[in-house]
Structure formats: structure tokens, C-alpha cells
Write a protein that binds this ligand. Sequence first.
Ligand SMILES: C[S@@+](CC[C@H](N)C(=O)[O-])C[C@H]1O[C@@H](n2cnc3c(N)ncnc32)[C@H](O)[C@@H]1O
Length: 251
Amino acid sequence: MAKEWFKSFFNNDYWLTYNFVDSKEKTNREARFIEKALKLNKNNKILDLCCGYGRHSIQLRKKGYNLFGYDLSPDLLKKAKIESGKQNANFYLVRGDARNLSFQNRKFDKAFNFKTSFGYFKDSKEDYKLLEEVSRVLKPGGLLLLDTKNKNYVTKHLVPFEKIEINNVGVENRQRLDSKTGCIITERKMVFLDGRKKRYIVRNRFYTPKRLQKMLENAGFVVKTIYGSYAGEKFNTSSPRMIVIAKKVKR
Ligand SMILES: C[S@@+](CC[C@H](N)C(=O)[O-])C[C@H]1O[C@@H](n2cnc3c(N)ncnc32)[C@H](O)[C@@H]1O
């Protein structure tokens, strides 16, 4: 079986370009949005599911919140450890697969899965497994923030080809819609200053609000609100993002 794309994509090459694009100001704004949308309080245990290099958890930790970062990428977890140490904002970091969380039932009050970290698996049943796992580790009444792109928006604004330079790395992206699976496939070529070249494939499945709501309900959640941007605007069909706030009701 082909190796799952996300096991090799999220490495130091990813960090080099994304850490540059996701500026400190942008990250601060997003962290403030998470804080408000999830009504965080200092007694909460908060799961940053697919935390990457920890950019949001570091900002929230600095405000005194209690964070647990969970991610599969050893490279990004290492960056998170180093950066949180530098900023005197250490938080728990755990390596593992989101389909199988290594936490006890009902451990957390709040959870967030930020910046399109959902819809990566070959089969949508595995995306559902992630939701079931978050539900399992949340307390009843606990809140989940799930931030992904609006399917309608991405499909309309598909970028067939772009050539850009980010942080001295030459990047070529080719995007297409795979009609068989409904996934957006992005082929990303990177050329580094030292001449090194890399090619990656990214596969994202996007859900309609209706389908995601159904999946969340089956996993024991009730959808409270859907935002369409980090400014907190309400979701509509032309919103760039689909940010769901769901409350765990069962189990
Ligand atoms: C687009 S990044 C977002 C990272 C972070 N939330 C942010 O906003 O910077 C997606 C993250 O999901 C992680 N990831 C991908 N598949 C995963 C899996 N099956 N289990 C746990 N983490 C996973 C990647 O390693 C990566 O850090």
C-alpha cells in the first residue's frame, strides 16, 4: 500500500515555508480567535490536535492556559519543543496518530484542530475515526473547534498552477480536483538554495457543512456555530473557511 502522504510532507521543508507564511501577527490573531470561540478558561485542559510546530499553543500558553499538543511529525514536534522553550511557554507535547489518541477518556475540556488538519485520510471513515477519538477524550459538555476550508470556496478558487518564492525556496503548486474521490490533489515542487529538489503530493478531502455536521452528530457532538473566517464572521457559501464549534453531548 502507498505510504500515507501526510507521514512525509510535514517535515522541516514544510516548516521552512509555512513558518514564514504563518507570521507571528497572523498566528496571534488566530490564537485570539481560538480563545474567544472556545471560551477558554485557565482551569481547562486543552487539546491542540495536530499542533504542528505549536504556534497556537505557544501563544495560548503565554496567556496561562493549559495545553497538550498532539502531532505525528517528529520534525515539527521538535520545532515546537525548541520554540516553546525559547519563549518560556512549555506545554505537553505528545507524538501519535490522530486516529488513535493516547489519552484517557474525558481528559479534556476543550479541543481544537486548526488550519485544515482534517480530511487527510484515504477513506472518509478514517476522518470519522478522528472525530470519534476527539469525542472520546472530551468531557461531556466539552467544546471542539474544527477549522477547515469551505469546500465550495476551494473548488471555485482552485489554482491549477502557481510559481512562487517563499523564504528563498522556489515553490511550484499544481492543483486539481480528483473527480473519483472528490479530493483536491496538490503537487508541490520545491527547489532549495543549495539546489536540492523535492516533490510532494498533498491530498485534502473537504466536506459540506451538512455532511460534516452529520459526522459530528454520529460521533456524539452537536454543532453550535459555524464561522466563515477568523474574524468571527458567520459561515456562508462563499466564506473562505468553515470553522465548526461543536459540543460533546454523549458518552
Ligand atoms: C496543516 S498542518 C497544521 C498545523 C497546526 N495546527 C498549525 O496551524 O500550524 C497539519 C498538521 O497535522 C499533522 N498531522 C497530519 N496527519 C496527522 C495524523 N494522522 N495524526 C496526527 N497529526 C497529523 C501534521 O504533522 C501537521 O503538523
